[in-house]
Design a protein around this ligand. Structure first.
Ligand SMILES: [Zn+2]
Length: 228
């Protein structure tokens, strides 16, 4: 059953990341008529909202874009930082959307930031407990299953709060890009939307996977306690 769960969740996230890559590869070839770069769009959004303490950086790698709230850094991959495609502008505006959430103390982002520490511990636990558990006698079976269920629950809740954070950043990006004219209405807007919607799907896949693992360990926990 564990193997089946592993295969299904791996297939789900592979499918989601395949979809985002194909949408991105396709629409990073479509230039936006505004001629702006991703960095310019991000800077314009920050300026329009009087955000002065967030800096924009370029980083190597493919789809390495993110917003770092701890250091107030908006990080764009080089192809989106310098790029003028509808995909580049969409991603840049999405990351700027996270900076807006941060400025406006958007609650799910606050929760997500607060949960980063415990989530790091939980991911260490789910990695180490099965390894330690393999050495018979080192860890009581019921205790190990309970620890795994709790840690998976933490990871699942983290993925759950990530959903509103990501969907809201994308909604903000679409609204701003349409409002400022950085993306033309019609086909440019639709292309940009396809990239961002595909990216949102990867977060849904991550949540579904974490929920499946959490339920799996809860089930094993209840089976173990019935066997007593
Ligand atoms: Zn995001």
């Amino acid at each position: 059953m564990m193997l089946l769960l592993f295969i299904i969740t791996m297939a789900l996230s592979a499918l989601a990341s395949l979809k985002v890559r194909s949408a991105y590869n396709r629409y990073s070839q479509v230039p936006a008529s505004s001629g702006l770069t991703g960095a310019q769009v991000a800077q314009r959004i920050l300026d329009l909202n009087n955000i002065r303490d967030v800096s924009i950086h370029a980083t190597p790698g493919h789809l390495t874009d993110h917003y770092d709230p701890a250091h107030r850094r908006l990080v764009l991959s080089e192809e989106n930082f310098y790029g003028t495609s509808v995909a580049a502008l969409g991603v840049a505006a999405h990351e700027a959307g996270h900076a807006l959430q941060h400025q406006q103390l958007y609650a799910p982002l606050q929760w997500r930031m607060a949960a980063v520490g415990i989530t790091g511990i939980a991911s260490q636990i789910v990695m180490w407990v099965p390894i330690v558990g393999m050495f018979g006698g080192l860890l009581d079976y019921k205790l190990a299953i309970t620890i795994m269920a709790v840690a998976m629950g933490v990871l699942m809740l983290f993925q759950l709060v990530t959903l509103p954070v990501e969907f809201d950043a994308t909604a903000r990006a679409k609204k701003i890009l349409a409002g400022t004219g950085a993306i033309a209405p019609g086909s440019e807007f639709q292309a940009m939307s396809k990239v961002l919607d595909a990216a949102a799907l990867t977060y849904v896949a991550a949540f579904v996977s974490s929920l499946a693992y959490f339920l799996y360990y809860v089930l094993r926990m209840s089976v173990a306690s019935r066997e007593d």
